[in-house]
Design a protein around this ligand. Structure first.
Ligand code: NAD
Length: 429
C-alpha cells in the first residue's frame, strides 16, 4: 500500500520505517529541514535502538523515502498518518495547532479519496475537528475518511513495540476506513480492536493515565514503606504476582516523566473538565508524582545537610533508559532544585547528554560514570541505564569524596551496598 507519514519524530519515524519493513511503500514527511536532510543521508536524528538498520534497508529497497514537502506525499498516498506533536499548553490542554496545520495542508493537496489517520495523542473529539477542517479547506468535493489509530510504542523499545504490539486500536466511522486500516496492519498478525473514533481517542488517554496511576500508587506505597521499615520492592512483587494487578509499572522511584505521561494526564484532566467531569483521582496522581521528585532532593539534603558548595554527581538524565529524550525528565526538576541551593552538578548520560545541554545550564557533563563520581560528595541515580547497573562500585567508592549514593531508581541491593561501606539510600526500602 502507498502510505504517507507526516511528522518524523519518535512516533512518526518509527511508524514509517516499520510500515515499510512490513511491505508498504512509505513517504515520511517533516517540515524540519534539518531532520529531513539527516534522514536523506540515512542518519536517524534520535536515539532509538535498531531503527537505523531497518531504515537503511528499506531506503535501499526503495520502499522508504523522505520529503520536506507534504504536497507530493499526499498525492502519491492512499493513507496519511498524522504523527506530529501535541505538546501541552500553559493551561494543560493539548496544543492541536500542528494537527490543524497538517489537516489543512492535506485538504489543499488532495485530489482523490484519502484515509486520514490520526496517530498523535489527542483529546477526544479531535477526529471530528479534523474532519471539519478538511471539509472546510477542500477545493472540490472529494470523499475522505478520518480515523483514529493511537500509538502505544515506548521510546527505547519503539521498534520492538511496533512489530509486537499488544493490540492495534482503530477508531473508524466507515467500513471502507476499517478495511483499509486492517489491510495496513494485517502483516503484523496482531489483535486489532475496532471502535468508533471517540472511543479510540479515549483509549489512549485512559491507558496512559492508568499507567501513570500505577506509578504514583506504588510511589505512595513506597512512602508508607519508608515510614514503617517495609520493602516496597517486596510489596510490588507480592502485588504483581496477582494476575489482576501485574508487576509492570509498579517500580517505585522518582516518578514518571517524558513526552507522554505528564502531558497526556494533563490533557485528559483538561478535556474531562471541559466535558463537565472533575477527575479528582488524576489530580492526585499528578501531585504524588511532583512530590516524588522533591522527595529525592530531600533525601540528599537530609544526608548532606548543607547543599551549598557540595558537588553532586548525577548518573542518568533521560526520563528512562534506552532513550535520549529529555522532555519532562524528572532529572530537570531535581537538578534545578539542587542548583538553586548552590550545588555543583556533574552529570553523566551518554545518550541524553546533547539534549540535556539544551535544557540544563551550568552542568559539568562527564564522559563516563567514574568522572561524575570523582571528588563528589554524593552520587544520585536518576535513570536506571544498564551501564549504571553494571558500574564498578569499588572503583566508584575510591573516587568519591564520601561514599554516599542516593538511588532514585532502586538499582542496587541495600544490604550489599552497606556491606561495601556505602551510605546508600533508595526509595521505599
Ligand atoms: P516529536 O516532537 O518527536 O515529533 C513530531 C514531529 O512532527 C517533529 O519532527 C516535527 O518537526 C514534525 N512536524 C510538526 N508539524 C509538522 C508539519 N506541519 N508537517 C510536517 N511535520 C511536522 O513527537 P513524538 O514524540 O513523535 O510524538 C508525536 C505524537 O505521538 C504526540 O502526540 C505524542 O503524544 C504521541 N505519542 C508519542 C509517543 C512517544 O513515546 N514519544 C508514544 C505514543 C504516542
Amino acid at each position: 500500500m502507498r502510505l504517507a507519514v507526516i511528522g518524523t519524530g519518535y512516533v512518526g519515524l518509527t511508524t514509517g520505517v516499520c510500515l515499510a519493513e512490513i511491505g508498504h511503500t512509505v513517504i515520511c514527511v517533516d517540515n524540519d529541514k534539518k531532520k529531513i536532510s539527516l534522514l536523506k543521508k540515512n542518519k536517524v536524528p534520535i536515539y532509538e535502538p535498531g531503527l537505523e538498520k531497518i531504515l537503511k534497508k528499506n531506503v535501499k529497497s526503495r520502499r522508504l523515502s523522505f520529503a520536506g514537502n507534504i504536497k507530493d506525499a499526499i498525492k502519491k498516498s492512499e493513507v496519511i498518518f498524522i504523527c506530529v506533536g501535541t505538546p501541552p499548553r500553559e493551561d494543560g490542554s493539548a496544543d492541536l495547532s500542528y494537527i490543524e496545520n497538517v489537516a489543512e495542508e492535506i485538504a489543499k493537496n488532495m485530489d482523490n479519496y484519502k484515509l486520514i489517520v490520526d496517530k498523535s495523542t489527542v483529546p477526544v473529539e479531535t477526529g471530528e475537528k479534523v474532519e471539519i477542517t478538511i471539509k472546510r479547506n477542500l477545493k472540490k468535493n472529494i470523499s475522505f475518511d478520518v480515523a483514529s489509530n493511537p500509538e502505544f510504542l515506548r521510546e527505547g523499545s519503539a521498534v520492538y513495540d511496533t512489530f509486537n504490539p499488544d493490540r492495534v486500536v482503530i477508531g473508524v466511522s466507515s467500513k471502507r476506513a476499517e478495511d483499509i486500516l486492517k489491510k495496513v496492519y494485517r502483516p503484523l498478525k496482531t489483535q486489532i480492536l475496532v471502535t468508533d473514533i471517540k472511543s479510540a481517542e479515549i483509549i489512549k488517554h485512559a491507558s496512559n493515565s492508568f499507567l501513570a496511576t500505577k506509578i504514583s500508587f506504588i510511589n505512595a506505597v513506597a512512602n508508607i514503606c519508608e515510614r514503617c521499615g517495609a520493602d516496597v520492592e517486596k510489596v510490588a512483587e507480592g502485588m504483581g504476582l496477582d494476575k489482576r494487578i501485574g508487576r509492570s509499572f509498579l517500580n517505585a522511584g522518582i516518578g514518571f516523566g517524558g513526552f507522554c505521561f505528564p502531558k497526556d494526564l494533563e490533557a485528559f484532566l483538561w478535556i474531562s473538565k471541559k466535558l463537565g467531569y472533575n477527575f479528582e483521582l488524576l489530580k492526585n496522581v499528578k501531585e504524588i508524582n511532583e512530590k516524588q521528585k522533591q522527595h529525592l532532593v530531600k533525601k540528599i539534603e537530609d544526608t548532606l545537610w548543607v547543599i551549598k558548595g557540595k558537588t553532586i554527581g548525577i548518573l542518568g538524565l533521560a526520563f528512562k533508559p534506552n532513550t535520549d529524550d529529555m522532555r519532562f525528565a524528572p532529572s530537570i526538576d531535581i537538578i534545578n532544585s539542587l542548583q538553586s541551593e548552590g550545588a555543583r552538578i556533574k552529570a553523566y548520560d551518554s545518550k541524553a547528554k546533547e539534549r540535556a545541554k539544551e535544557i540544563l545550564e551550568n552542568v559539568i557533563y562527564c564522559s563516563n560514570p567514574y568522572e561524575a563520581a570523582k571528588g563528589s560528595d554524593c552520587l544520585a541515580i536518576l535513570t536506571e541505564w544498564d551501564e549504571v547497573k553494571k558500574i564498578d562500585l569499588k572503583k566508584i567508592k575510591k573516587l568519591m569524596k564520601h561514599p554516599i549514593i542516593i538511588d532514585g531508581r532502586n538499582v542496587f541491593d541495600p544490604d550489599k551496598m552497606k556491606k561495601m561501606g556505602f551510605l546508600y539510600k533508595s526509595i521505599g526500602r
